[in-house]
Design a protein around this ligand. Sequence first.
Ligand code: C2O
Ligand code: CU
Length: 430
Amino acid sequence: MQARLVASAGNVQLVPDKYPATGVWAYNASVPGPVLRVRQGDRLRVLVQNGLSETTTVHWHGVRLPNAMDGVPYITQPPIEPERDFTYEFAPPDAGTFFYHPHQRGYEQVGRGLAGALIVEEREPLAVDRDVLWVLGDWRLNGDASINGNFGNFMDLSHAGRIGNTVTINGRVPEGFRVRAGERIRLRLVNAASARAFALEFRGHRPWVIALDGQPVEPHQPAGGAVVLGPAMRADLILDMEAAPGSRHAVHDGFYRRLAYELTDLEYSDEAPLRTRAGDPPRLAANPLTEPDVRGAERHDIVFTGGMMGNMRGLARGMAWAVNGIANGCGDSGLPFEPLLVLRQGRSYVLRLVNDTLWHHPIHLHGHSFRVISRNGNPTRHREWLDTVMLDPRERAEIAFVADNPGDWMFHCHVLEHQASGMMACVRVS
Ligand code: C2O
Ligand code: CU
C-alpha cells in the first residue's frame, strides 16, 4: 500500500454550515487525515511532505515497527524541514485500529488538526454489517470558529492540558448517527484529542469491547457501562442495534462530571429490524505478541510527579512534570536525552507506574504493546494489551512486556501539554 500525506494549512468546516470554516493544519486538506488501510503484514509506504512553515514528523501510534520508522524527531530521524519530505515504510505486524500524528510540537500540531486513523485489517474479516470509524477530536474555538491560538500556555501545561470547547467526530460536530434496527456495527473509536478524555455511554445499548489500542481483548461489557478513552487510546466495539425502529438514543460523555454532554444520538430508521437476535459478540484472532514471563521479569518503579498542587520544582524552566524526578522536554529541542531505563532485548519486564499527582495521565510506550496486569495492587480482569494506559489520580498500575524491539523508545504522557512540559522519558532496548 502506498500513500502520500501532505501536511499543510487549510480550511475545513468543523462546525455546522451556518458558521464559518476553521483554519486548521491538516493532512491532505482533511480533518482527520485520510484513513490509511493496510492488510496485516503487508507493507505500507507513506511519503510525507511537509507543507507547514515549521518542522514535523509522523509517528505511527501503537504500531510495533522498526525504530527508524517511529517518527520521533532527533531520536529516530531528523525532523522534516518545511518543503522537504520523508518516506516511512513498514509492515504492521498487528491487525487493529491505530493512528498517526506528528511527534514534533504535538500539543500544537495535533491541536490544530494533524492526526488520522491507520486501520490494519485482519486476514479474516469480522462478520459485521458495518465497519464504522469515529475519530474523536477536541478543539478550542473562538466565537468565529477560528482556533484559539493560546497553545502551550502555562495554565494548560500544568493542569489538565488543553481541553477544548468543541468535540468532533471525523472532523465534524456530529448531528446524529443513522442506524437500522437489528444491525451489528463494529465501531472503531480513536481519541485523537491532545488532552481530552472520554467516557462514552451508549444509552439503551450494551456495547461489547473486543479490542483496546488495536489489540484483541476478551469481549466484555465495560465496567460501569462507559467506554473510557484517554488521549491516544482506541477501542473497537461491537454495537448491536437492539432498540426499536424510529427511536433515538443519546451517546453521552460523562468523563468530566461537570462538563458532561451529549456527543451525538443513535437515530434509528423506520425500517424493519435486520434481525431480531444479536447473538454472541465475535472474537478477533490474537496478534503475534510475545507473552511476558511475569514471574521471571525484572521490575522497575516509574514515578510520575508534578502539576499544580504537586511538587513545584522545575516550574521555573517551564517544566511542570517529571518522570522519576527528571523533567525532559519533548525531545523537540534536539537536546541530548539520556534513557531512563536500559532494557535487554528479549527480556521480560514489569514496570510499576505510580501516578503521584492529582491529574489523569495516559502513559504511552512506543514500539511495544504491554499487558496491564494490576491496578492499585489488584489483578486486572482482562490483562489487556495496551500501548497507552490511563492512570487515574494517585493510581498505580503494573505493566508487563517483553522488550523485543531494539531502539530508543519514547515513554510519555499523551496529554501532549504534559509531554511538552516534562512528562517524557526514553527507554532503550539493546
Ligand atoms: Cu501517540 Cu509518543 O505518541
Ligand atoms: Cu499527563
